[in-house]
Ligand binder design. Structure first.
Ligand code: 2AM
Length: 505
């Protein structure tokens, strides 16, 4: 057998492209022959996985066509679009109240194809006004949704584009947002996107489905060039979509994070000529975003809370860059007239907590990494469980110390032992891993004698590494283990799920 493996992964995870590596190795072992070296796409690369995919695809076709030449008389064609879109005349009566998406679902809890439309109960900034970062505690009402969760679950939220962006997009493409359309698969076997009501308005399609705020990939420029009737713009688009144009593409959109909408505004003759049928091919769908659930149903029945850091930063472009989902959530005002609803559903996350009532838990969660542990602590306290040890880190105690009053109350009742690291309150930075080292004897006693489970969550890039290093040195210093034995001890904790991490970049 001839084969070629392309893995799609993210090198900020420890098991980067694990499956691809294993598959490649195993196929070789079994005697298959590799057409190409193993290729590992990496989302951490400046160009995303495209950086690896593009040359890999080129080489793959070269190899495949070399081995299996195209029979005479056949030529390469590009595949057609999967759907046709038909514009309807006027708004059909059944859509005047546009079904945003299915609501409380009979038959099973809400899911990606049937999210629950959760009313926003509150949206509160939890960092002080003087703090550089806007972090929100957002609470949803999930009464009647059929949603249930325990500590460690995550919620998936389907964001929408802002009305301003939708308007702009329709304007540059020459579309009337109030027009309705239907989507028909061109061939049997192709299914329409499940969340898309039929018929639906263009406004709905653009605001809920098309990720116009994302940074375009190379293939976007390629297709756009094919569709362009304008010589000058087509030439530029071809340049940007070529392999040789990589540096230019980096300069133009990848580094400054220029969005699809902004690119379309730069190519107005092309944008206004895009056939409707190509929209879903050209523009990727808006993906749901995952958040750790920060509350327990035992403490807040019928409610679900999340802690959201609002993503905003400046590049060389004039407009600040804003995270689609966090900015949209932050903009929701529960006090406004009319319902403020967010499509969501829940899933188990990567953290699971011990069932045995006496097992202590050690949790390390700097910044918004503390969110899942608030759910854990609330749940365990409601069940009367003690043995909750939390290491929390932030910059300043009076600016970004989330839930301080709640933690202090729990400390007083004996349910919580809290260690804090305020990184900017002194000359030298202090991080959670330093507090962990200082508490070495306690940490060793909890893990080795009392069978504690250890959890780590957060988004600082090098934080997980720093914390695991601290743990390893505790095993050496307090447990008297050699370097290799300490590493093996750590590996065993991981294997038996007594050491779990949930980190994000
Ligand atoms: P800093 O921003 O002052 O460097 C929550 O974001 C807290 O995590 C902040 O106090 C932040 O400190 C800290 N932090 C940043 N990098 C870290 C790391 N590598 N390990 C542990 N904590 C870190």
């Amino acid at each position: 057998m001839d084969f070629a493996v392309l893995g799609l992964g993210d090198s900020s995870y420890t098991k980067f492209n694990f499956v691809a590596k294993k598959l490649h190795r195993r196929l070789l072992q079994l005697g298959a022959s590799a057409l190409l070296p193993l290729c590992l796409g990496d989302e951490q690369h400046e160009l995303g996985a495209d950086a690896a995919i593009d040359p890999w695809l080129r080489d793959l076709w070269e190899r495949v066509l070399g081995l299996y030449p195209m029979p005479d008389g056949l030529t390469e064609i590009s595949p057609g679009v999967p759907f046709t879109m038909q514009l309807l005349q006027g708004a059909p009566s059944e859509c005047s109240q546009e079904p945003h998406m299915a609501c409380a679902s009979p038959g099973g809890p809400p899911s990606e194809s049937k999210p629950f439309l959760a009313p926003v109960v509150s949206n509160q900034r939890v960092t002080s006004p003087s703090h550089f970062q806007d972090v929100r505690l957002i609470e949803f009402d999930i009464s009647g949704s059929g949603i249930s969760f325990t500590a460690g679950h995550v919620v998936l939220i389907q964001p929408s584009n802002s009305a301003r962006h939708v308007q702009k997009f329709c304007q540059v493409l020459g579309l009337n947002p109030d027009q309705y359309l239907t989507l028909q698969p061109r061939e049997p076997g192709i299914t329409c996107p499940p969340r898309l009501p039929q018929p639906c308005s263009l406004r709905h399609l653009v605001s809920q489905h098309l990720d116009i705020a994302s940074v375009p990939r190379r293939s976007f420029f390629e297709l756009l060039a094919c569709l362009s009737p304008h010589e000058l713009e087509r030439g530029k688009l071809l340049e940007l979509s070529s392999m040789e144009g990589q540096e230019e593409r980096l300069q133009y959109c990848t580094r400054p994070r220029r969005t699809i909408l902004e690119v379309l505004c730069d190519f107005p003759h092309t944008a206004s000529a895009i056939p409707l049928d190509y929209l879903l091919d050209l523009i990727p769908p808006i993906r749901p975003r995952t958040f750790s659930i920060a509350s327990s149903l035992l403490a807040h029945p019928s409610r679900l809370q999340i802690l959201v850091a609002v993503v905003q930063y400046q590049t060389r472009l004039k407009e600040p860059r804003r995270g689609l989902c966090s900015s949209w959530l932050a903009s929701l005002d529960p006090g406004q007239a009319g319902p403020v609803q967010v499509p969501l559903w829940v899933q188990p996350g990567s953290l699971t907590f011990p069932e045995m009532p006496d097992t202590p838990v050690v949790m390390v969660g700097p910044g918004t990494g503390v969110a899942p542990f608030r759910a854990t602590v609330q749940e365990r306290v409601a069940q009367g469980r003690t043995g909750n040890f939390l290491f929390f880190g932030c910059r300043w105690r009076d600016r970004d110390f989330y839930w301080e009053a709640e933690w202090r109350r729990l400390e007083q009742t004996g349910y919580l032992t809290l260690f804090t690291a305020f990184s900017r309150e002194q000359e030298q930075k202090v991080y959670v891993q330093q507090r962990l080292r200082e508490q070495g004897p306690l940490v060793w006693e909890l893990l080795d004698r009392r069978g504690a489970s250890f959890y780590l969550a957060g988004n600082a890039k090098s934080m997980p590494e720093g914390v695991l290093e601290a743990l390893t040195s505790i095993f050496q210093e307090e447990g008297g283990l050699s370097g290799p034995d300490a590493a093996a001890y750590l590996a065993r904790l991981q294997r038996t799920l007594r050491l779990q991490t949930e980190t994000w970049a």
